[in-house]
Design a protein around this ligand. Structure first.
Ligand code: NAD
Length: 299
């Protein structure tokens, strides 16, 4: 049982991991942190967290190791890689993956870590704002005893949805959600570009949609917050959104579930990534439609 005072490991303190680790410190936990970016760890060193030089060192200091990392390959390397992976640590009992990695890698890594280190899928949704406020949706799959142990910690991040014991199950839930979030961004960009070109004020059009049947996470949040004010700073990169939709379509295809719309959304994200770069905010999808249509969706 993780009690206050026991050291928790945290690997990857970026846009999402940073605020989540910060909430654990606020709640009174002690943290041992590793991140390849010194800029990312600096504020945590200033708050008294121990900063170490590899995943294995984290896993030799903490029984529970949380990770929030960009891609499936990085999660695999951090867990199993060379001599410096979590698997080489002497103390870790549970590895808790807060990243979006897809069910394939979750199953593979869980099998390789077992039986000495248990695996907990805990992908999150709700963006940087939700990570700061502790209002994320936290989707969890793991054996029941492990769930009992990690539940109090994951509650620090938001509302928990336990999906079952099978490794990767929570990842499937997360991919389904992110497919819809990306689809909403693409379809809303098309609809708004059409409306603006027809002569509508985009604010008025968003008000109409948000009082009508077309409302979605892009019309209610992303467009008013990051596109109309031209800040394009929602806090989620085009590269990561592309990764999520690609993983989702691949998983669906492997199970014999056709994703015609999903494949089109994946290609729109690939084009946005080629045009604006993998590190661009994924609200740049709207800028692609603006360029193609010769309009600006600004409020
Ligand atoms: P990010 O790039 O901001 O953060 C990732 C962090 O991991 C960075 O600090 C980076 O330096 C570090 N890192 C990279 N490689 C590493 C390695 N080998 N060892 C240790 N640290 C390493 O990404 P993010 O937006 O915080 O996303 C993290 C995960 O959460 C992703 O899987 C993403 O899909 C998911 N996610 C993001 C959001 C969002 O809105 N940003 C929302 C929900 C889920």
């Amino acid at each position: 049982m993780a009690v206050l005072g026991a050291v928790l490991g945290f690997i990857g303190v970026g846009r999402m991991g940073g605020p989540m680790a910060s909430r654990l410190l606020d709640a009174g936990h002690r943290l041992c942190i590793y991140d390849v970016s010194a800029d990312a760890t600096k504020p945590f060193a200033a708050r008294g967290a121990e900063i170490v030089g590899s995943p294995a060192e984290v896993a030799s200091r903490a029984e529970l190791v949380l990770v929030s990392l960009p891609t499936p390959d990085i999660v695999r390397t951090v867990a199993l890689g060379g001599n410096g992976g979590v698997i080489n640590g002497t103390r870790a009992r549970l590895m808790i993956d807060l990243s979006t990695t897809g069910p394939g890698v979750a199953t593979e890594v869980a099998n390789q870590l077992a039986p000495r280190i248990g695996w907990v899928d805990a992908p999150v949704s709700g963006g940087v704002t939700g990570a700061r406020a502790g209002t994320l949706a936290v989707m969890v799959s793991c054996p029941k005893p492990a769930f009992g142990e990690v539940e109090p910690i994951l509650k620090t991040f938001g509302k928990i949805f336990y999906t079952g014991e099978k490794p990767g199950l929570a990842q499937s839930a997360k991919l389904a959600n992110n497919l819809l979030a990306a689809t909403a961004m693409v379809a809303t960009s098309e609809a708004l570009a059409m409306g603006v070109k027809a002569g509508l004020d985009p604010r008025v059009l968003l008000d109409i949609i948000n009082a009508s049947s077309g409302r979605n996470s892009a019309t209610q949040d992303k467009f008013p917050r990051a596109i109309l004010p031209r800040t394009f700073d929602f806090g989620f990169t085009t590269g990561l959104s592309y990764k999520d939709v690609r993983l989702c379509v691949e998983e669906a295809e492997a199970m014999g579930v056709p994703m015609v719309v999903g494949a089109a959304v994946r290609e729109m994200l690939a084009i946005t990534r080629a045009r604006f770069g993998a590190d661009s905010d994924f609200t740049h999808i709207a800028r692609l439609l603006e360029e193609w249509s010769g309009v600006e969706i600004k409020g």
